[in-house]
Write a protein of this length. Structure first.
Lengths: 403, 339, 386
């Protein structure tokens, strides 16, 4: 409203562009990149842009565009941002190049942990890991004298106690929006109960005890949630936390920073992280480990690839991490885990399964996402739901040529 | 008009429609009867991924597509007849549901559930859009001149705003403790969650569609009311026709071609209902036919998509629309013959 | 219609019901949009507060020192009413008065642009300046009472460079409207004047084309657009373009998808222009095209303006086609804001998205303000009889 603030904003944004334009070299060739659009990618691409001539696209349709664009000759983009899930189509189509030479030449600052190897060749450079883990309101737990739960049975007990005390609207929040999110929650629980998704001959293996247990546990948890849980995605759960409406949730590590954002949150300093609970006695935490990283297209010239890789390294340097420390759990040298990162690191150390990134898993993920909601709304029994998942998966796998 | 002149006038438009609508349509038809599959090989592979504190390497067997000599994925395309259609329609599950006598379980089959919702949505909103549109048109027409302009302006707003934004703005009023939900809660004294069960979401979706389209019907009807023949109306009054009879026997017949026009457009658009499913995130409770097609086409993380089933389901959607349109098309045909 | 015959005058009860319904409808029509506008000027905590009063008055926003005084609220309301009156009542007269005969359409375009720029300058240039100047000397009337901040608009337009999306939207929309009307008027005229069965079946075919689900069409375009350089090379040689990301390619796609509706609409306008007019011209020795240019073009503008507005809305509001076929440099506004919602959003991102949404609908407001009379009179002249 005030002119002053407008002028101030303009001045600040001007300073922003000049203040830290330090890149190790001056880039003279255009570098193009396509990635998903979240905070960490924004930090990395902004750091790359300091070298000049960088056109980075953070596109919400990247899942659809990336395989096509990298398959074109020449590739429409030189660099791609992928996660362990979206690496698969590029790897399958052979549209990304091995990076061993480039890493040897320009990757001195990379940590061995960052190198994603497939059959010994480096195919991608990871920059961060992400995992769903337990976040909870430390003030509520202290007031009610509750222990931080380490298993889902304890989560239910604690949730009942919080419900009883009536201090928040809903004891639990969950990323259970129908589709991808809901399937991911099922995956966590299913793996936590020791399930494996597909047999060696690619037939589904969901209709098992682990599947039943996973569904039943999910249904039990929903008793303590906002009844609109089937539309609640990560942003919604994060907001519920910020507005003090929930006391616990199994939420993505990349969301932790927002809890202490003064401008948005009413619970600054009141949220702590802990390892993701286990689903059964002696099991690994019921969650999966994800990473995000950079790949280089195969269908471009070697010089372009070299130049693009150098620019990418500038985006993944320590300087970027120090100025964006809380945006992610970085794998890059110089990352200082803050208080909110503790939960994610405790989870990772306990060694849950990495998300199984295969063609079959992609089909399975969709089949789960389309069917679990029917069980939770009561439209289908657990048995029928698992059968429907298997049937959907089988149809899709036959169609894809896997069965 | 000679054929050549006619062709010259219509040509550019026809060419565009042929390239960008008819050609894709033909390819959709073709794909619905064919299946393109990748050729897979099973290989042992070692993968290293980040772990704490050190990278984790494991050897797994994966199926990976075979690449041909050009470095492209080898595919096999085969004619599969009605297979994709039958996978979409799922007659086995349908038969099982019918013979078990459990009619509700039919709606758990994606296609039939989507068809049920799409049809209900289309047929319930149709009379509402026409009725509400007509009502607004008549009341605006009745109003004194000075407020007609602002009334038209405000009435048109729901129609012009971007559908995605419109749906979201309605959603925000109701989601969680949105202000209208809070209002209803304080009236009823109950805890209300509008997005927790299917029927409330369905109601909201219908409300949104009527809110969004009724202004279109309104502006067409309002324009139509300006051309009502005053002489006919006056002679109806002299004949002693009541207000309702004048509406029923003079105004509505005059507007009939417009009602047909609105119905035609509305049937087509609402049978393709899609934005509401996305905007209201109703996938868990209600899906529509176009959403089903969209879902088949959306690639998963590994890049798989069911092009054949998507083609089959979109052909079925088209057939559905054509069936709904038949009565209206026959009317248009009679008019054409008559003129 | 100026003097209503006595027998048609309504009893008080009916009048009351009629006005009551109209008021109720206007409330329903405007409220969600009003609410979105209110949310866009609050801090995230206020915007998503559960108490409606908090959302309206914005205590947190006010606490940050951003607010409107009673004086500035009154001034804003006055300006809004003034803008509406100029746009809806006077602009049309001025355009008709000042534009040379035959160039009314250009007069409209220039008039609307001047009006839009004027309105924007008034709201964002003069208004804050006046408020800044006068508020401090007004005492209690100048003290902020209503929380309001424009920081999200600054973030959207300045930091996130939303103006590039705005310009892209304008380019795509202008292209679609122009080409769509050019191609559509020709076809509409041809179809209206040919009574043949072929014409009828073409119209039916167009109807069925309109029924095709868009998601199928669009997904089919993507691989073809990305690889177009390869398979156009035999025809166009070295200069074969990659269609993906090109605004003009998207314009052509949108024009095609929109053709069925356009030709139906325009055909019914032309049917209401007596064919004796062009037959007379033909007797005088004009060709069909000559008759079209000399006789039909001067009288077809009401229909063309109305159809053009529908094309405008379609192109401006499109999401599916533009989201998939344009890259980020050329992205239009509607897909750009879903980026705010779909990426891992923070609450601030969401309020910024709301501000972006309001920014998108503001030009549509001005458009309807200026053209509502033309929409009604255009429809009255055409489609309503067809």
């Amino acid at each position: 409203m005030k002119l002053r603030t407008l002028a101030l904003a303009a001045a600040v944004s001007l300073m922003g562009t000049t203040a830290y334009a330090d890149c190790a070299f001056e880039n003279t060739q255009e570098v193009t990149m396509l990635s998903a659009g979240f905070e960490a990618w924004k930090a990395v691409t902004d750091a790359m842009a300091e070298c000049g001539m960088v056109a980075a696209e953070l596109d919400q349709e990247f899942r659809e565009k990336q395989p096509e664009a990298f398959a074109a000759d020449p590739s429409l983009y030189q660099l791609g941002g992928v996660s362990n899930g979206t690496l698969t189509p590029l790897l399958n189509a052979g549209t990304i190049r091995p990076l061993d030479d480039l890493v040897e030449q320009y990757g001195q600052n990379l940590n061995p942990n960052q190198l994603i190897r497939v059959d010994g060749q480096i195919m991608a450079i990871a920059m961060m890991v992400n995992t769903q883990h337990l976040m909870y309101r430390n003030d509520i737990f202290a007031d009610l004298g509750l222990e931080v739960p380490t298993s889902y049975d304890e989560v239910l007990e604690v949730a009942a106690a919080i419900q009883e005390a009536g201090v928040v609207d809903y004891p639990l929040g969950a990323t259970m929006a129908a589709g991808w999110n809901l399937a991911q929650d099922f995956n966590n629980m299913f793996l936590g109960f020791g399930g494996t998704f597909v047999n060696d001959d690619n037939t589904p293996n969901i209709n098992t005890e682990a599947g039943m247990n996973a569904l039943e546990m999910m249904a039990a948890l929903t008793e303590y949630m906002d009844p609109e849980y089937l539309t609640s995605d990560s942003t919604y759960v994060q907001q519920q936390f910020q507005q003090g409406k929930i006391a616990m949730a199994n939420l993505w590590a990349s969301r932790a920073g927002a809890m202490n954002d003064e401008a948005e949150s009413q619970v600054v300093g009141l949220v702590s992280g802990a390892a993701a609970p286990v689903a059964m006695e002696g099991g690994a935490p019921a969650t999966t480990i994800w990473w995000d990283g950079i790949v280089v297209a195969a269908n471009i010239s070697d010089e372009e690839a070299e130049n693009a890789f150098r620019v990418a390294m500038e985006g993944l340097d320590t300087e970027m991490v120090t100025s964006n420390n809380d945006a992610a759990i970085w794998l890059i040298e110089g990352f200082e885990p803050g208080a909110l990162a503790e939960g994610a690191i405790a989870t990772a150390v306990a060694g849950p399964a990495p998300y199984p990134s295969t063609t079959q898993m992609g089909l399975m993920h969709s089949a789960i996402g389309n069917n679990v909601a029917d069980f939770l709304t009561g439209a289908a029994t657990a048995e029928a739901t698992l059968q429907a998942i298997e049937a959907d998966y089988t149809t899709a796998a036959e169609e894809a040529g896997l069965l | 008009m000679k054929f050549r002149t006619f062709a010259a006038f219509v040509g550019p438009s026809l060419l565009l429609m042929m390239i960008f609508i008819a050609a894709p349509l033909v390819s959709v038809l073709w794909q619905s009867f064919h299946l393109t599959q990748n050729v897979f090989e099973t290989v042992e592979t070692e993968r290293c991924t980040p772990g704490f504190p050190n990278a984790v390497c494991e050897t797994i067997t994966v199926d990976r597509p075979v690449l041909d000599e050009n470095g492209e994925i080898q595919t096999v395309t085969s004619f599969v007849g009605w297979q994709s259609y039958s996978r979409v329609l799922d007659p086995d599950a349908l038969g099982a549901a019918i013979s078990s006598g459990d009619w509700w379980s039919i709606l758990n089959i994606d296609f039939w559930g989507a068809l049920r919702f799409t049809l209900t949505f289309t047929l319930v909103t149709l009379p509402l859009v026409i009725g509400v549109g007509l009502l607004i048109a008549i009341t605006v027409n009745n109003a004194v001149k000075t407020i007609r302009g602002p009334a038209i302006f405000i009435s048109l707003l729901p129609f012009i705003i971007t559908p995605v934004i419109g749906a979201l703005s309605i959603r925000w009023l109701f989601v969680g403790d949105g202000i209208l939900t809070a209002l209803m809660e304080s009236w009823s004294g109950q805890d209300i969650a509008m997005f927790a069960q299917g029927w409330t979401i369905e109601l909201l979706m219908m409300f949104y569609r009527v809110w969004h389209v009724a202004p279109f019907a309104f502006v067409i009807f309002y324009a139509g009311l300006q051309t009502v023949n005053m002489d006919t109306l006056e002679s109806a009054i002299i004949d002693g026709a009541s207000r309702f009879e004048r509406l029923r026997y003079v105004i509505v017949p005059h507007l009939m071609p417009l009602i047909v026009f609105i119905a035609l457009i509305h049937l087509m658009d609402s049978y393709r209902v899609f934005e509401e499913v996305i905007g209201f995130r109703s996938e868990a409770h209600r899906i529509s036919l176009q959403w089903l097609t969209f879902d088949y086409l959306t690639p998963d993380d590994s890049g798989n998509r069911s092009v054949s089933r998507a083609s089959a389901s979109s052909m079925l959607t088209m057939v559905g629309i054509v069936i709904l349109l038949v009565p209206l098309l026959r009317r248009t045909w009679r008019d054409h013959k008559g003129s | 219609m100026s003097s209503i015959p006595r027998a048609m005058q309504q009893p008080l009860g009916l009048k009351f019901a009629s006005y009551g319904f109209l008021a109720f409808w206007c409330l329903i029509a405007a409220f969600p949009i009003f609410w979105v506008a209110v949310m866009s000027v609050k801090t995230p905590v206020d915007a998503f507060a559960s108490s409606p009063l908090d959302v309206v008055f914005g205590p947190r926003t006010l606490g940050n020192g951003d607010g409107m005084s009673v004086f500035s609220i009154l001034l804003l309301l006055t300006l809004l009413v003034l803008t509406y009156r100029v746009g809806a009542r006077h602009l049309g007269k001025w355009v008709e008065q000042f534009s040379p005969p035959g160039l009314v359409i250009i007069g409209w375009i220039i008039g609307s642009i001047i009006f839009a720029i004027g309105a924007a300058f008034l709201m964002f240039g003069i208004y804050p300046f006046v408020v800044d100047l006068i508020d401090p000397i007004l005492g209690p009337l100048g003290r902020p009472v209503l929380g309001l901040t424009t920081e999200h608009y600054q973030a959207v337009w300045v930091d996130n460079e939303f103006y590039t999306n705005f310009l892209n939207s304008m380019l795509v929309t202008a292209g679609v409207v122009t080409i769509s009307l050019t191609v559509g008027t020709l076809a509409g005229y041809g179809l209206a004047r040919s009574g043949s069965n072929l014409a009828f079946w073409l119209l039916i075919m167009a109807l069925i084309f309109r029924a095709l689900p868009h998601s199928v069409l669009v997904t089919g375009y993507l691989p073809a657009f990305i690889n177009s350089a390869e398979f156009l090379e035999p025809i166009l040689g070295e200069s074969a373009p990659t269609l993906y990301g090109q605004p003009w390619a998207v314009i052509v796609v949108l024009v095609s998808i929109n053709q069925p509706f356009t030709i139906w609409m325009l055909r019914s306008f032309f049917q209401n222009i007596p064919s004796e007019l062009d037959e007379a011209a033909r007797v005088d020795g004009c060709s069909h095209f000559g008759a079209f240019r000399r006789v039909i073009m001067p009288v077809m503008w009401p229909g063309v303006i109305t159809t053009g507005l529908f094309s405008f809305l379609l192109a401006y509001n499109d999401y599916l086609v533009t989201a998939l076929l344009l890259d980020q440099q050329n992205q239009t506004m509607v897909p750009a804001i879903t980026g705010y919602f779909n990426r891992e959003t923070t609450t601030t991102d969401q309020v910024e998205a709301v501000a972006a949404a309001v920014s998108i609908i503001a030009p549509l407001f001005l458009l309807v303000m200026v053209f509502q009379r033309q929409i009604v009179s255009g429809l009255t002249a055409g489609a309503v009889k067809g």
